[in-house]
Ligand binder design. Structure first.
Ligand SMILES: [Zn+2]
Length: 468
């Protein structure tokens, strides 16, 4: 019995020692656990465009923990900084961990006040708990831990925690401003940023093992404004044969009714093939040979819009407007917004022609409002992708990692557009509820996930340094 007690004390000692040694950050001279650093970060509201106070806080944590700060603007809406293990002037190839300070608006029907940072049953609650303050704390801790490891002194790479503003609202003072003005100074060889967590907890069906996705491509936003003007009589009591609202609605109906084409590319077919390895029999055969079984597969994919988005250029009618507010007046002008999302290598002129063909109305004026640059997916055969996926698979030994594409865009896209490899992953398990809490109510993260994610990122850095 004594022996066992001794063993327990001994083990506890080791665990406690490790804990005391590595699992905290320094804040105002004290050792603060990661969950408490996150809690404090959440407690400083930073809705897009109001990043300064929260930015000042996280920047001071970076500085106190030995990172070297370079500022790229320090006012609301343009608050960005790099916190690095070497000065940027050393010009070493830089591994950048990208995160954003801003959050989306709070939800008033959350369990707890959105900026409470309450910790209950091992979870930290509040706006930004995952997106993106929680993920940022994982990144920051991995870098600080690396800085304090023997590896850092002679590191071939610089390692940078890059915090930016306005990711959620995509204003000009965020990542765009940093890239336009400071890309050379940053000298990035790879950028790691927010992205998918473990996937099988989010997809229906049974899987043999957990799957972590690393996103290396994104769809491009291609936003269109449609306008149609027809001069007609103005009184609603007599219906003209042709009038603006009628013609526009008819054209839009033709546009949205037609099914979008299914497009198979290397990335989305390899996604299906990987899913296939988890299935049996006929289902397995279909998923492993998507092109051959296209007629069977496509109707199934169409039933799941979040999946089908990866296989098509989508067209979503997000607004229809006129300047008319009365029942009996016929407006002469009507407009509509289309939020189209294109697969990475789609030719936008071909796509635009397809839209015109479907509308079948040459009088509709189409203006391109947003056209994100065409970007190649980041490659998988470099030391960065390889070691990130290795670090994940070693942390979660039963899991498999696969490259994926995201239907939405985040700040990583701006680096990818410059030809810099950019990988999106928050390498932790998140439950469906937790993922649904992002941009929604009750956003939360488990304390253990913060440490797990940080461990993967840290291990990734060690592996890179040891990679010959
Ligand atoms: Zn985010």
């Amino acid at each position: 019995m004594k022996k066992i007690t001794f063993l327990i004390i001994f083990l506890h000692g080791i665990i406690y020692c490790q804990y005391a040694e590595i699992n905290y950050l320094k804040v105002n001279g004290e050792n603060i656990s990661l969950e408490n650093v996150l809690q404090k970060y959440i407690q400083v509201p930073s809705v897009s465009g109001n990043e300064k106070v929260a930015g000042d806080y996280i920047k001071s944590v970076c500085r106190e923990n030995g990172l070297i700060i370079t500022e790229f603007g320090n006012k609301n809406g343009m608050y960005n900084f790099a916190a690095s293990i070497f000065p940027l002037s050393a010009n070493k190839p830089n591994i950048i961990f990208l995160n954003h300070i801003d959050v989306v608006h709070e939800n008033n029907d959350s369990k707890f006040e959105a900026y409470s940072g309450k910790i209950i049953n091992g979870e930290v609650y509040g706006r930004g708990a995952i997106d993106n303050k929680g993920a940022a704390i994982m990144q920051l801790f991995s870098i600080v831990k690396y800085l304090n490891s023997p590896n850092s002194k002679n590191s071939k790479h610089n390692i940078t925690f890059l915090s930016v503003s306005c990711e959620e609202s995509q204003c000009d003072g965020g990542v765009k401003y940093v890239i336009d003005n400071y890309l050379d100074q940053l000298n990035p060889v790879v950028v790691i940023g927010e992205g998918p967590s473990e996937l099988t907890s989010l997809i229906e069906g049974e899987f043999k093992h957990p799957i972590f996705g690393i996103s290396l491509a994104h769809k491009r936003a291609f936003w269109l404004n449609l306008e149609l003007s027809i001069n007609t009589s103005g009184h609603g009591s007599i219906t003209p044969l042709e009038y603006a609202n009628k013609e526009m609605v008819t054209a839009l109906n033709k546009l949205v009714k037609k099914k979008n084409k299914t497009i198979f590319n290397e990335l989305n077919t390899s996604f299906l093939k990987t899913l296939g390895t988890h299935k049996k029999g006929f289902e397995k055969m279909i998923l492993k040979n998507p092109k051959l079984f296209k007629p069977i597969l496509v109707p199934q994919l169409r039933k799941q819009p979040e999946l089908f988005a990866l296989f098509s250029n989508t067209i979503t009618l997000t607004n229809i407007y006129t300047d008319n507010h009365s029942y009996n007046k016929i407006p002469t002008k009507i407009g509509a917004y289309l939020d189209c999302r294109l697969l990475p290598l789609t030719n936008e002129l071909d796509f635009l022609n397809e839209i015109k063909k479907r509308l079948k109305n040459d009088s509709i004026k189409i203006t391109v409002v947003e056209n994100m640059p065409k970007t190649k997916p980041s490659i998988t055969n470099n030391i960065y992708y390889k070691n990130l996926s290795k670090a994940i698979e070693e942390k979660y030994p039963t899991s498999k990692v696969m490259p994926i594409m995201l239907p939405n865009i985040n700040d990583l896209g701006a680096f990818r557009a410059k030809g810099i490899p950019a990988y999106a992953s928050i390498p932790v398990y998140l439950s469906r509820d937790q993922v649904e809490g992002i941009h929604n109510k009750n956003e939360s993260i488990s304390i253990s996930s913060i440490y797990d994610g940080a461990e993967v990122y840290f291990d990734f850095l060690i592996k890179i340094e040891n990679d010959k």
